[in-house]
Design a protein around this ligand. Structure first.
Ligand SMILES: [Zn+2]
Length: 154
């Protein structure tokens, strides 16, 4: 997993994708092309965010970048296969997207609002709207393929 050492951050000024070593995330990174400061704070350093019924609006619908919401439950075996894949995607594409984790047992309002019938389900939100729904465990390559239309740099 050497690739997890570098995260991709999009420059809001010129659109260049910068590769930032994750151990330099705390520094004031600048765009390699236009030297504009890169805003890393929004993306939690590529760490998935815990999403709940209470913070869904703020973390997901109001996110400036597309959000992949991993809907899971502790008793779900296939969820444990998808979870680390989603974590990897979060690190690799920090700055381009945000990854959230929603425990469907603890957050029934959101689970029923999006009619989540089986888990794992990945909900893809873009601009505050549901853009796609990926149901069931699948390999990383297939998940990335499904995300590609929604995330410019995947
Ligand atoms: Zn730039």
């Amino acid at each position: 997993m050497e690739h997890s050492d570098v995260i991709l951050v999009k420059c809001k000024n010129c659109g260049t994708i910068n590769r930032i070593p994750s151990n330099k995330m705390h520094l004031r990174a600048r765009c390699g092309k236009c030297k504009a400061p890169l805003e890393l704070a929004d993306f939690s350093g590529g760490m998935p965010v815990k999403v709940t019924d209470a913070n869904f609006e703020m973390e997901v619908l109001q996110s400036p970048v597309p959000v992949i919401l991993d809907c899971w439950a502790p008793w779900c075996g296939p969820c444990r296969m998808v979870s680390p894949i989603v974590d990897e995607i979060a690190r690799e594409m920090a700055g381009s997207l945000k990854v959230g984790k929603l425990n469907v047992d603890e957050n029934p309002i959101i689970a029923s609002r999006f009619q989540i019938m089986s888990i794992p389900t990945l909900l893809v939100f873009k601009g505050g709207k549901l853009a796609d729904q990926i149901v069931g465990a699948m390999p990383k390559a297939q998940i990335l393929q499904r995300l590609r239309p929604h995330i410019p740099y995947s």
